[in-house]
Design a protein around this ligand. Sequence first.
Ligand code: ADP
Ligand code: GN1
Ligand code: MG
Length: 372
Amino acid sequence: MALTKAIPDLRAIASRFQIYGDFRDAAPHGTGHINDTYATVFNQSGSPVRYILQRINHHVFKDPPAVMQNISRVTAHVRRKLEEAGVAEVSRRVLTLVLTLDGQTWTQDAAENYWRCYLFIEHARTYDQIETVPHAFQAARAFGAFQTHLADLPAPRLLETIPEFHHTRRRFDNLRAAIQADACNRAAGVKREIQFCLEREAMVDVLLDLQARGQLPERVTHNDGKLNNVMLDDATGEGICVIDLDTVMPGLALYDFGDFCRTGTGRAIEDERDLSKVEMRLDFFEALVRGYLDSAGKVLNGTEKDHLAFSAGLITFETGLRFLTDHLQGDRYFKTHRENHNVDRARVQFKMVESFERNESALHRIVRDAGG
Ligand code: ADP
Ligand code: GN1
Ligand code: MG
């Protein structure tokens, strides 16, 4: 759901946080579909220092303080692990929350929007499209390390900030309800896409059934394993920091891996209109498998490894379902920037699903060869 388009008074919001120096500038940053992100520059005794200010989308995250509680716990835990391991530049390898003047992790503006602030990780960047095989390896390795660091997060269980976020059965049923309601009279225009989804209903219960039988363990997972949620070092290409932690909560490791494949193997961007450009690339898939197993291989069980290939198609399908549902419901969830934007996004996902299906045996072979 789009929040107000006007740029808010970022100087006033920044002044609520423990930031030294003089406010210089602030501008929108990044390409996310949910929150609003701004890079903010302060002059600190002659040097420009950047911060990230983010407005949390409270229509999507209905309990922002719960989100912040999860993020605080998770970042503190990862930080402790990195410090214990004697890793250099810890503040580039885990997000650092800047607290408010009264020591909180968030503040609310006059319009009751929720804001948080992070140190800006310099000399690194995210990629909406992963361009090289080594980058794919590095990004997946960083996500695997992140999951591994969180494997021993002390109790209590993290809060479920969006319940049933990756419950693919629920996502499927939501689509069916949206088709039935057809609130915006859009179903007739996306008949083929609807048909594509209905034909694949059997996919949606596979991981849920394995979880119910105790074969897939609940873990602390990121749940938004888009490869543009990892920062790669400008000089070395190393995956240094996993960001965008709003959805870190209990989940299946495969949800994250599936999302890497959705966003890290494609030849085209997520909303490409020329579908002839859309296909998955086996060399990128192999890099993702190898990168992920390099860091997380020791914590995954056999069933998880056996379903790495399946998860690629599943999460891509689920994301397509979500885009299509949002289109049918009038584009209320994801930010859209043009007419039919969510349909374009859904079509790309479905073309990717077909590409994963076509390459199924090769995907399994690659996982096996990589030791999965
Ligand atoms: P969204 O939920 O909108 O995807 P993100 O948290 O991923 O929000 O932030 C959007 C973009 O802002 C990221 O892709 C990244 O480029 C940049 N970004 C976010 N946090 C930081 C940070 N701490 N340092 C530098 N850049 C950041
Ligand atoms: C959203 O915020 P962003 O752009 O990283 C969405 C993900 C989707 C993704 C699709 C909280 O992620 O679940 O996979 O768009 N985040 C939420 O690009 O719904
Ligand atoms: Mg993001």
